[in-house]
Design a protein around this ligand. Sequence first.
Ligand SMILES: [Fe+2]
Length: 183
Amino acid sequence: MMEPYFKIPHDPTMAHRISEAMQKSVQEDWEEYWGWRALKLDTESVIEGDLFLEWLHARHPFKAGILAMQPWSFYTWHTDGRRGVSVNMLVDPRSGTHHSMFALPRDKSHSTGRFIELIYEPNTFYLFDNQIEHAVYNFEGHRFMFSLEFDEDKSALDFYTLKSEVSQPWLCLNSAGGGTNED
Ligand SMILES: [Fe+2]
């Protein structure tokens, strides 16, 4: 099986902006969303000046938010009803204990199966295939995930399409900024 996620390296300013937005929020800003607590962000202002997210938003409009998981909670094995693909960044992945897993193809008449783990690195976006069975277990501490929800649903945008779009132009943008594209 091809990996159902794709890593997009990023600079740390986005993580800082996300933390700031969280700190400014008050309890009433957090609403119930598919069993999570979610904080809707002002998408345009959060992504302003971020080359990758601005580029992505122009091609595939999305809303940005933060999803919170309580300590000692889980999101059981599922595929998403609406989302084909999302873009995630785990806020402060080194705090707490949490595991995000994708199931390998399995016979669903059995309760058993095998999985791989997505280990989130700091300041890093991941394309996430929401149509592969996945689960999250969060142990001590709250777990905060910055996540994009595309206006296009799973019938209009899937993981493999976005992965191929993101691979080429984004690498070009990145190397243009870094000035090392002559190497
Ligand atoms: Fe999901």
